[in-house]
Ligand binder design. Structure first.
Ligand SMILES: [Cu+2]
Length: 133
């Protein structure tokens, strides 16, 4: 009996403390798996001529979610193609004033040219370039 009690006491002492909670500190914030980001915000506006303003100059190559936010009073669309030329990758259909639309684009490493394909808009300044790396 005595032995059994001693064994029990010995076993319950460490368990009776604060198990786990004090020995495991708050885990550090999970690092961003893609520091370059796989989200690109594009804002179409007419603040000083037609413009496309990007949320970042560089994205991680691969699937990139591109969001077009239309801050202008007229519709705008978005076409994405390699800067060096070539067929468009994909496009976002025209977005109404004040509206937002988004789509996933497959961007391999390199520079990508984004522009609005509505008549005269690209020539008026509605274009931008983003690098995927
Ligand atoms: Cu436009």
């Amino acid at each position: 009996l005595r032995r059994a009690r001693q064994v029990d006491d010995g076993g319950s002492a460490p368990a009776g403390g604060s198990p786990g909670t004090e020995t495991s500190p708050t885990p550090p914030t999970t690092p961003d798996p893609s520091p370059l980001g796989s989200f690109l915000g594009v804002t179409a506006s007419d603040s000083d001529g037609f413009r496309l303003t990007l949320s970042r100059p560089t994205v991680a190559a691969g699937m990139v979610t591109i969001e077009l936010r239309n801050d202008d009073s007229g519709p705008h669309d978005l076409v994405v193609r390699p800067e060096a030329g070539g067929a468009e990758v994909e496009r976002l259909d025209p977005v109404a004033p004040g509206a937002v639309d988004r789509k996933d684009f497959a961007l391999v490493e390199g520079r990508w040219y984004l522009f609005c394909s509505l008549d005269g808009h690209e020539a008026a300044g509605m274009h931008a370039t983003v690098r995927a790396e």
